[in-house]
Write a protein that binds this ligand. Sequence first.
Ligand code: FAD
Ligand code: NAI
Length: 467
Amino acid sequence: MSATVPDSFDVIVIGAGPGGYVCAIRAAQLGMKVACVEKRATLGGTCLNVGCIPSKALLHSTEHYDEAKHKFATHGVVVGEVSFDLPQMMKHKADVVGANVKGVEFLFKKNKITWLKGAGSIPAPGKVAVDGKEYAAKHIVIATGSESIPLPGVEVDEKKIVTSTGALELETVPGHLVVIGGGVIGLELGSVWKRLGAEVTVVEFLDRLAPGLDAEVGKQFDRVLQKQGMKLKLKTKVTAAKVTDKGVDLTLEPAAGGAAETLSADIVLLAIGRRPYLEGLGLDKVGVKLTPRGRVEVGPHFETNVPGIYAIGDAIDGAMLAHKAEDEGSALAEMLAGQKPHINYDAIPSVIYTWPEVAAVGKTEEELKAKGVAYKVGKFPFTANARARAMAETDGFVKVIADAKTDQVLGAHIIGPDAGTLIAELAMAIEFGASSEDVARTCHAHPTLSEAVKEAALAVEGRALHI
Ligand code: FAD
Ligand code: NAI
């Protein structure tokens, strides 16, 4: 370590994922002296190295392949035999990751943030230890992220039984990929390998995929994925996995109990959720309290029970999403600088980057019913949207949910082409406290997919124009 590294800082952030690196940048912008501890060889955390970015690179590449193979002909584009080059896809993914992690390193230099390389721990309030050296900090931020949840009886070797990290690195397309857990990771990475020719079976404990989705969207999602050839085994649990010469034999049982069956796979992807990663921080010694579910307990200003120690991102409660972690990082830095930022957790969108995409923001109908809130719903299908027809991508719909009395937008759910981009205006509507009428009266360019959002908003008052 260079002798010029100072040994005291205003803020030391532990973990350089989207929560930590954004917190470090914002704190530096606000004039604080900042260090960020990261033990990985590159900055950017799970998201940039083994999460959002590499998975989206592979999703995008395989989408192109799938289009060339199955969709070009509709548009009168004739290509010869379509094939793919897996090493090139993997190289593209590695290049994208490389550019992004170097980008964060550049931003650290630009903002004069010291990268303390190594694993950090908190020996006492106000102190962070890295590689045997201690640094003092007025404020310490835990932004150490999350890791894959293990399943007893299914031992991950990252070769035949993999987590998302291994599933992003497979050297050949598996004949049969069995995904344990029908959540976001399983469906996105299952889609990647399905498009490249793998048979994909998703084993899900519950009676539906991605259980947090609006029920109507969820139903359509199940149908679309099955139409694409994904096999679903719902209400089923995996109780054992035996690695064989050929692959893996899984023991499956009905979730409610009953006769077991064996399912053979070449590769098994374990994706039953993620849990906070707090190993080696020494939180028990310093007395930082955890929630019953093992996340760091924080108050409204991200403060733990130990003064001067804060936590953000996947390490604390809430959705494990990169943009949620980023917003928390930014808000915390502003709070430390004496500002009063606010995060509206009802306005945080979530997106599943399959094709079609699935996107949501705010409340589902089920949540509103459970709370006894009276609401109105407007829906518009992509079959009636001119641009979706031109694209030959008409699966799905937009649904806008508004308060029955005030018309304020409470939630929005989209399954369809580019749903992840379309949800942004509805997140903004919720952030601004807009009514469905505000969205409906906003001029949307023609012909765009976003007109389906306007039409769904018009449909809240029963006055959609094109259906
Ligand atoms: P992380 O990104 O996990 O970063 C924590 C960092 O802390 C790591 O680099 C780790 O090495 C470091 N660290 C841990 N302990 C220490 C220590 N003691 N000392 C030093 N360093 C330490 N979210 C989305 O919003 N969109 C997506 O498309 C998306 N796709 C995903 C795909 C996959 C396959 C996975 C696994 C996740 C995906 N996520 C996605 C979730 C997203 O990656 C996380 O929500 C996000 O990375 C959380 O950010 P974070 O800063 O809290 O933690
Ligand atoms: P998840 O929580 O999305 O899904 C896990 C699924 O596994 C659930 O449907 C659950 O019912 C099921 N399950 C749990 N235990 C099971 C068992 N024993 N057998 C069978 N099924 C079981 O978790 P996932 O997919 O691992 O992703 C982790 C997190 O990473 C997500 O919660 C999300 O926050 C983040 N992520 C976000 C992405 C995005 O924003 N596009 C992409 C990938 C990950």
